[in-house]
Design a protein around this ligand. Structure first.
Ligand SMILES: Cc1cc2nc3c(=O)[nH]c(=O)nc-3n(C[C@H](O)[C@H](O)[C@H](O)COP(=O)(O)OP(=O)(O)OC[C@H]3O[C@@H](n4cnc5c(N)ncnc54)[C@H](O)[C@@H]3O)c2cc1C
Length: 352
């Protein structure tokens, strides 16, 4: 294990802002992860675990302790792990690029993650905020998570129910934040399963097809739709220098939703919403942003809003973290003032 000093973090993130790590290590094996955690503990250094850097905003002052970049690879051969009912168990290293795993699963005709095609970042990052898109969430297919428990100083395997998955949440970003370093994730997919086509965007895409799409066609469609929204990392596309959606879709109780819908109706507007669990309504954060005076392409100095997606805050070239935070604050205040809803950011703020 090599510990480097004074390492710039911005290039390791998709938003490309922020300062340096005092110490930094890239780790390919589980024993290296334990060793690095021990290094931090014995020196009293704060620890931060970095995956693909696609859901973080690093502060301009950087990180005062040790940053661990998890690069554990390996996707186990599904043939050896075939279970009854066409279920296929994949054990995937936390450092594998998520979309490489999706590509491999689809190539092996395994359903369950095809709608999550094109999401950047690492496999280890996916359970943290229960990554989701186009009608699928990783919690639909996660069987268990193998992790180093820093509190107990031992490796544990957490079965799905212990992970506490909810919309964009799990124990890893809520009750047990900073306790676990995820080493591998085990997914249960279905060989020969049909692709999930729950989302209107996907249904529209295939509206003229005479035969149901294959998993590979669904993956290609998702990537195409994502590209059109700047939600696929494409070299040279300035609109994808982002952390993805910057705000979560607010989930409101019935009374709050009713008040909001009435406020919209008084302006002659109809607010897009989806029924959520427990008589709640999930509201489109993008709609709130766009109906609060922030259009696609809005610029505030070196930070701005993507030309293709109202929820993606972008680094327009040489933005600092403070520019991005300034824009975030401005949008939050604008939405709160007009709609009475406080938007909650989705990315993780590191070193603030
Ligand atoms: C263009 C774009 C599109 C996106 N689209 C979507 C989308 O459709 N749906 C969606 O849900 N998200 C989306 N995202 C957000 C992001 O890609 C996901 O949240 C992704 O899973 C983050 O993984 P990462 O490896 O990059 O994590 P990082 O950004 O490196 O880290 C995020 C958090 O996870 C923790 N973490 C990462 N790896 C580990 C590990 N091994 N052990 C413990 N903790 C860890 C970090 O400490 C941090 O708290 C998008 C982002 C971008 C830039």
């Amino acid at each position: 294990m090599t510990i480097q000093e004074d390492v710039p973090l911005a290039p390791l993130t998709t938003l490309q802002v922020g300062g340096r790590a005092r110490y930094f290590a890239e780790l390919r094996r589980e024993d290296e992860v334990r060793e690095a955690a021990h290094f931090a503990k014995t020196r009293g250094l704060p620890l931060f675990v970095l995956g693909g850097g696609s859901n973080v905003v690093i502060a301009d002052c950087g990180w005062p302790g040790l940053v661990l970049r998890i690069a554990i690879g390996g996707i186990t051969s599904p043939r050896a792990k075939e279970a009854p009912g066409n279920a296929v168990l994949f054990s995937v290293g936390a450092g594998v690029h998520w979309d490489d795993f999706v590509a491999q699963a689809v190539a092996q005709n395994c359903a369950g993650v095809e709608c999550l095609s094109g999401i950047p970042g690492s496999v280890g990052g996916t359970p943290v905020q229960n990554v989701g898109a186009y009608g699928q969430e990783v919690s639909d297919t996660i069987e268990s998570v193998r992790a180093l428990d820093l509190k107990e100083d031992r490796i544990v395997v957490l079965p799905k129910p212990a992970c506490g998955f909810r919309y964009r949440a799990s124990i890893f970003n809520s009750t047990e934040r900073s306790r676990y370093i995820i080493l591998r994730v085990n997914y249960r997919l279905k060989r020969g399963g049909a692709p999930s086509l729950k989302y209107a965007d996907l249904q529209r895409h295939f509206a003229r097809s005479k035969t149901p799409p294959s998993l590979a066609e669904t993956r290609a469609a998702v990537r195409e739709i994502r590209r059109s929204k700047g939600m696929l990392i494409v070299p040279g596309d300035d609109d994808c220098r982002s952390a993805g959606s910057f705000f979560k879709n607010p989930v409101l109780g019935f009374e709050q939703f009713k008040g909001l819908a009435e406020r919209a109706a008084s302006k002659g507007l109809d607010i897009p919403s989806y029924a959520a669990l427990d008589a709640q309504h999930k509201i489109s954060a993008a709609w709130l942003v766009e109906h609060s005076g922030f259009s696609k392409g809005y610029a505030r100095g070196a930070a701005g809003i993507s030309h293709k997606h109202a929820l993606a805050l972008i680094n327009r070239g040489d933005a600092k973290a403070s520019d991005v935070v300034g824009l975030k604050d401005e949008i939050q205040s604008g939405v709160q003032e007009i709609w009475g809803v406080r938007l909650e950011p989705e990315p993780v703020f590191v070193g603030f």
